[in-house]
Every structure is written in C-alpha cells, then in structure tokens.
Design a protein around this ligand. Sequence first.
Ligand SMILES: O=C(O)C1=C[C@@H](OP(=O)(O)O)[C@@H](O)[C@H](O)C1
Ligand SMILES: C=C(OP(=O)(O)O)C(=O)O
Length: 408
Amino acid sequence: MKLAVSTSNTFLKASIAISGSKSESNRLLILQQLFKNIQIENCSDSDDSKHLKAALENNEELVDIGHAGTAMRFLTAFYATQVGRECTLTGSERMQERPIKILVEALQSLGASIHYDAEEGYPPLRIKGSKLTKSQVQIAGNVSSQYISALLLIAPSLENGLQINLTGELTSVPYIEMTLSLLKQLGVQLTFNGNQIRVWPLKNESPITVVVESDWSSASYFYSLIALSNIGSEITLEHYKKDSLQGDACLASIYENFGVQTLFTEKGIVLKKTAVQLKETLSLDLKNAPDIAQTIVVTCFGLGMSCDLTGLHTLKIKETDRLVALQNELTKLGASIAITNQSLHLKSSEHIKENIAIETYKDHRMAMAFAPLALKVPIIILEAGVVSKSYPNFWKDLQQLGFQLNQG
Ligand SMILES: O=C(O)C1=C[C@@H](OP(=O)(O)O)[C@@H](O)[C@H](O)C1
Ligand SMILES: C=C(OP(=O)(O)O)C(=O)O
C-alpha cells in the first residue's frame, strides 16, 4: 500500500489511545506460559505480539514468527526448556539475516539442544526441549539485550535459577531492567550487580494481574508531530505513567529540546508545543533507546536542525539496516547526512523536497518516523502497511489529527 500523506492543518489537537508496550507484552506472554498465574491487561495489539501469542497457543511443528525479533529470541529460550517439545523456529526473510548465535551458544552451554537448519548463527532453528540443569552462563552484552532478556525470562523456571555473567559494554540496558522489573513484580528474587545477574527459582506462584503501560516507542511519532506543529498544539496520549519500565520514556526529556512539554496526568500524558530556542546541533547517545533514533533524526531534519547521534551500533541488525535506510531516504528529501557503523550526523538544511516517495524497507519505524514530515511538505510512504508490526492503528490515529491519506 502506497500512501500519499498531507495536511493543511498544522495546529494539532487530539486524544489518542495507543495499545500496550510490545516489549512488556511479549515478556509477559512468555512468563504467562511458564507460570500460568498471570493476567495481562492492555496487551499490545502489534503483529509481533499476535505472532507470539499464536505460537504459544498452537503446538505446531513449524513456528513462524514473521518479523518479531523479541518473539524469535524469547521463544528460542522458551522452547529449549520445554521437555517433549520439538519444533523448527523461523521467521521472515529478514529474520533469517538477524544474528542469534550468541543466544544459541549460551543456551547450548546450559545443555539445550538447538541446531541450525540453514546458515550457522541464523534462524531457522531446530529446537528440542530439554531439562536445563546447569545454572551459570556467560553471554556477550554488547550486541542485543534481547538475548539476555530471553535467558532471564526462563531463569526462574530453572531448577537452580541462573547466574548470568555479562561480557562487553552493555547495550539497551533499560530493556534488561524492564525484564528484571517484571520478574520482581511476579515475586522472583534477583540481583544485578555490575556485570552479573542472579535469578532464583520462583517458588510461590500467586495470581497477579499486570496492566501493561502503553507503548512509548509508538508515542515517539506523536512527539515528532508536536515538535513539527504550531505553538499551542496539544495531543493527549492515554495510559502512560511517569515511573515507566520502558527506556523510551526518555522521549519526555529529549523532546524538550524541540519545545515539546510533557505533562503527566491521571489519564496519561499531554504533549504541548511551546516556544523554544532550538540548539544548532543536538548531540545524543542513544545506546539505551535505539528504537527512537529514526524518529529523532527526522524531527531534526523537519526543524532544519543538525544532529550527531551515537550509540547506534545495534541499528544495523534490526528490521533493516536502519542507518543505511535513513541515509538513503533523508538524502532523497534533500538532507546532507553521514553515517558510520554506530553513528549518524545530519547537517541542517532549510529545504525539504515535496512529494518524495519514501521506501520503508519492511521496517515499521521507517514509515512512522517519516510520516510527521507531512506537516511540512506532502510526502509519499511506500508499503505503508508495515506499521502493523508494532502499531496497526497508526494511520487511523494520524487521520484523527486531520491528515489526508490517499492510497495510490
Ligand atoms: O527487549 C526488547 O523488547 C527490545 C530490545 C531492543 O533490542 P536490542 O537489545 O537488540 O537493541 C529494542 O530495539 C527492541 O525493539 C525491543
Ligand atoms: C527492533 C525492533 O523490534 P524487534 O527487534 O523485536 O524485531 C523494533 O520494534 O524497533
């Protein structure tokens, strides 16, 4: 689906309810399967969560989780512990290019039976569930935190718990902390000191209802919309809170640089556009919040600001190589941009080219990050349906803000 996106209304006012965090939901779905006593409210309506739910509900031999990175990593660990279960776990073409060796080797060192069906180090995986009796493992922490969360999710179900020794400089740490916080909410005992995490087996499984906070990564597109809109614009986003488990809640302070104020209310957050003196260059290290990098670069471009973003080393192994994708598409719009393997440097530019067709590379965040530019110039988003990976209602919610969407 090709969408021409435009609007003549740069003064925004709306109230929007985004569904639950995909990251929290996917952790809870795995934990619910392991411990049965968990009720989940405001679960994510993302394709990724739907794929994970379907995989957990069906006992099929071939499990295909599409583009869902967390589902791939979390299910690898989960199936490895399910005695009597044997399956092949695979995903989309891109998923088969996203590395998983670090996690597989860690699980194998614990005694898991996992084999590669095609290329070593990548899905599809042939997994035979077994009882893991070892309780110490070493794993690199500098490639993807999802490998560590995958181990943490199964840890309380292991007979002797698990001690994880992390090597290298940790990346995406808030996601590890999110996993630990959810385990603590279930009553799991654990410690996280320096590069060592210890998790004890869960003994008392008392019933618990967890209400998932709405998704902050999805909220980023509304931060960008407000940043690019007129002073006085205001959007309410429901079901957000100040003491979030999601690292992307750092948006609230980052977007102050663009004149976006965040007010925490009973209902959620209210984003308001206020007057601000923009910095010439915004410099940020995003190793703790990689999923909002695309949103931030596009906001800077839309406001004619330059930016230097670092800590982006994980972007190359996500839904697409996001550094290359950003460079290609922003260049088409007239930007001057340079990338390295872990950073991005955008020069300020005064002009944005109109009616440019943005490729989305099967990456939901490319579509959603570029859409707010429609406040400045009409823009075309190719394969716009990709948004459903994390935010199926994105286009509908954008229409609520008065945007015109024409299918071509
Ligand atoms: O654990 C999670 O829920 C996630 C961790 C991050 O991945 P990395 O740790 O690979 O950076 C993030 O980019 C992804 O969208 C979700
Ligand atoms: C990287 C992402 O997801 P995953 O790694 O779970 O596919 C994302 O949602 O931006």
